[in-house]
Design a binder for this molecule. Sequence first.
Ligand code: GLU
Length: 278
Amino acid sequence: MRSNFKDKKRIVFKVGTSTITHEETGGLDLVKLERFIRILTDLHNQGKDVIVVSSGAIGVGRKALGLSKKPDSISLKQACAAIGQSRLMTIYQKLFSEYNQFTAQILMTKFTIVNDTSRHNARNTFEELLNLGVIPIVNENDTVATDEIDFGDNDSLSAVVAAIAGADLLVLLSDIDGMYTDDPNRNPDAELISYVESISDEMIEMAKGPSTTLGTGGMSAKIYAAGIANDAGADMAIINGEDMDNIIRLIDGEELGTVFKAHRTRHFHLKEYLERKN
Ligand code: GLU
């Protein structure tokens, strides 16, 4: 099934803070970001619609303020996000503009999806931007999102974006190679799962266990994201974002990462997925 990846028309890429920053300092990894942006622009030049879901607002804001530890109060977190999001967008716009590629910022909360009018408007905006040849860059609107209206993690947000924009592929760039049968850091016999035809109850249980080390959102967030993306009609892949060329390899149909197969549900209502989560 991977051989059809090169024919995908609309792809959402999710990058986490740990992928785009240096672990030791929290500063942006510009070499990696540059490579990422070059690859995405090239995919766009091949005629594909590209959407980015990028984390990093809080991390970049924290770094700008010189805070040594993670912000613990909601207001400080939100202040960091307000500072960091605009800095992050400045970098994205600067790097994309080197290839004359337009970008746009879209900030969402769960309310955007649960409210029928907002969801409808958001869908139209994505469509309009993609038709205009723009690459939308999405994040949660962390500055206003509180517990009741936040997605919690950008894995879920990226699946929601894939669903709302009618994408046919969602790629999560993670800090490990994909989904394993067990925590590979603790169990040397853990094996990479290459292909998931459908998400089993066993998998959901496994993800709830203590070995949820897969990226920032954890393995259960990724399985939850796959549930939404797959039902909406998009395949989902988890690949290692350490080497951005993995994107090219994946689209070329190479065997890497974990792929969850799409199986469009006839009556797909995005809103219900979010309501079910709470
Ligand atoms: N929206 C958060 C940020 O930009 C990150 C959430 C996540 O990585 O899952 O900092």
